[in-house]
Structures are given as C-alpha cells and as structure tokens.
Design a binder for this molecule. Sequence first.
Ligand code: GDP
Length: 466
Amino acid sequence: MVSEDTIVAISTPPGRGGLGVVRLSGDRALEITTSLVKFPKLPLDTQRATLGIFSELASGRALDQVVVTCFRQPHSYTAEDVVEISCHGAPVILRYLVECCLERGARAAEPGEFTLRAFLNGRIDLTQAEAIRDLIESQTLYQARVAAQQLEGSVSTRLQPHKQVLLDLIARLEAGIDFAEDDVAVIEWQEILARLDRSRADLQKLVEGYKYGRIVREGLTLAIVGRPNVGKSSLFNSLLNEERAIVTPLPGTTRDLVAETANVGGIPLRFVDTAGVREALDEVEKIGVERTFRAIADSDLRLLVVDASEPWTEENTLLLQRLRPLGALLVALNKSDLPPCVSLVELEGMVQADLDAGVSPSQVVHTSALTGAGIHELKEKILETAAPARDLGLEGEFITNLRHQQLIQDSLQGLTKARQAAVERLPHEMLLLDLYDALRPLDLITGATYADDVLDIIFKTFCVGK
Ligand code: GDP
C-alpha cells in the first residue's frame, strides 16, 4: 500500500440532494465508520449495503439514517479498504460527518486522491484514471461512451502491440550485444525496418485521429457571422431549438456575443452568435464588432449567414474575403422561404477557387430559420466540416487526450531515428538508444513510468471526492 493515511471526502456534488455520499479509503476506514455509525450487528458484511444510525457525537442524538457499503482491500475502487456512507443529501450533515471522520484521525482527501490511490496501487493505469475524469466531465452520451471505452483500457490496449514490438527488438539487440563475439545474426535489418515501419504507420494514424478526438473530448466552437438582420440570431436559435438570443427586426441590435452549447451528433457544439458586422455607428457597436472578429478567429468553424432574399452585397464579399483565410467556412443562404434574389456568382467563385487550390470546398446550405428548412442539413455539414474523420472507427480507436497525442509524437520521433539508424546499418548500440526513446513515451502514457509532477498536474484537474 502506498499510503498510511485514511482519507475522507464528500463524493457527491456540493448542494442539497436526495442523497449525499461520504467516502473513506485506507486502513482505518472501517474502524472510523463503526465508531460513528451504530449498526444492528458487527462486523459489517462487505460489498453489501447495511442500514445504520449516525448520531451527534456530543449528545448521542440521531442525525440521519445512513446506508453503508464497505469494500475490503484489494476489491475496492482504490484497492484499499473503502467505505461509502450514503446519507440524506443535507450539506450540514455531510459536512458534520466529514468533521467527525477528521476528528477520528482521517485526513481530508485532495482532489482526485481516491483515483490517484487506485493508480498508485496498480488497480488502473494512468489512461484509465484520465478516463474517469473525462467520464465525469462528459456532456453527451457519445463522450461518455468514448470515456468508458478508455476506462476499460482501450488506449493501453491500442498501444500494447507497439510496446511489444519495441521490447522484443530491444531484447534481441541487447542479447546480440551481449553475445557479440559469437557473431550471431540476431535479427535481419530488413525485419527490423519492417517492424518499425508497421508501428510508425499505426502510431501516425493515432496522432492524426487526435484531430477528431480533441473535438470529441473538448467540443467545438462555431462563430455565426453576417450582416445585421440576415437572421443570425434566428438561425442560432433554430440550431439550439430554443429562444436564447434576442431576435429583433431592427438592424445592429445584437450587440453582445451570445454563446450556448448544444449536443450535435454527440459532440458539444458551442455556438457563438456575433454582433452584426458592419460599419460601426457608435462606440458600443465598435466594441461589439471588434469582439466579433476576435471570436471569429478563435472559433473552430465559421458560419457566414447571407440573406438570400436580398441581392448580394459588397459587404458580403468583404466578409467572405476576411473569413476564408481563417479556416473552415460554411455559408448559410438564409430566408430560403422568401423569393430568392441573391446572385450566387461570388459563392460559386469561392467554391471553384477552393477546388482549384485542392482544399475541400466551403459548404453552402440553403436554410430558413423561420420554417426550419435546411437546419438539419446545416448541422450535418457542421459536423462533416469540423470532424471529417468521423468514420474513424469505434469509440476506442482514437485518442482524445493532448498528453497522449504529444507522447505518441515523441515516440514517433524515436521510431524515425531508429529507422534511420537501421537504414544506415549503424551499430546496434545506437539503434538501441533510439528504440528506448520510442518506448519511453509509451510507458509515460500508461503510467508504467511516471514523474510526480505529471501526476500532480493530472490529478489536480479532478474534483474532490473522486
Ligand atoms: P440578425 O441581426 O442577423 O441576428 O437577424 P435576426 O435573427 O434578428 O433576424 C432579423 C429578421 O429576419 C427578424 O425579423 C427575423 O424574424 C427575420 N428572419 C430570420 N430568419 C428568417 C428566415 O429564414 N425567413 C424569414 N422570412 N425571415 C427570417
């Protein structure tokens, strides 16, 4: 066991609720619990819920009926003795219970300390610990499914064959060095190259999948841009299916940025409705326009809204020119329920220019915020444009974590150097150094090796009680 302390924390969110759970982990968890809660009989059954009475220490008067579940080590969340005391969710009682536990010698748990202990005690690896945090923070069921896969160890399983390749090569080359005088051919250069290339190709695929994985974990931001009165707020509301932004027939009145998150295809999509972009008439509006362009640049995706019932304007052209260098762009030709008036020459020119430049062309969708026509298609296009790798495969087949992505890139660097060493037929000692450089980052991902400061960074992002 890593720690002698018995730790305690409220594991349910702050506030009043039907239930609230206090959790203890460590050698003294059971002893502390039975000193505070009266049970009909002792010892407590493990892995079973037992009803007990929690009373005030000084007066001995009952405070709450609680349900206690104890897990004996190593069959628990932390692999230590764990007790979960389920109270009614009154914050005063939960806090008082924790105080009583502290008085009896427990220590207040740090954020993520239960999960940290599970990791340090070898019950889960580091990617699984991170998956627990992602699961708790998931906003959509899709995100939860992806995190649940990783909790089952999908990241480590995915990396394991590559670790094995490296370990095997290292073992053979080390053996070759040890018996160098025997002049045994340990392994053919061709075979070394083939194995390195297979691993490189697969790890490269994982690194590329992060483009989509990041979006799955973090969601993405879509800035809605356009001249005043073209229907940005209305479109924003249609996308959200609720009345959030202020809709008004007067131009230039949506002065502030309004942001709201919706679940689009399992991915949290944050829509930012921007102030109408045009020559600012007054100071307040000028600030609004500046903020608009900052939000536009910071977004993952941009949606230009054009009123299709009006002729194309010079302003639209200027907006197009400003938006296109910023990255992925969608165009909504809104008010499609009205007789069309807009000339599409400019847009067609843009699509053609994209094709000529060999980039995927900007998407144009006809919408009506009034009737809802085209809204579904718009959502589809948003996902297609932002997350082109959606056919990447099963939930466990891509990485979602920046730490993992960076370490895989480090590993790839080692592999590339190793490949070069093999091509140049350098001495095995040199090749071995590169192979270790490729292996080390993979071990850091799973936490097979780790540095304390990295653990601090990871577990600091957990909530207390987890
Ligand atoms: P914004 O200034 O770009 O945010 O535009 P608003 O969303 O405030 O809409 C301006 C006006 O256009 C309002 O009167 C809306 O009801 C109207 N409007 C918005 N979308 C449509 C649409 O698709 N069809 C029609 N006919 N009117 C719309």
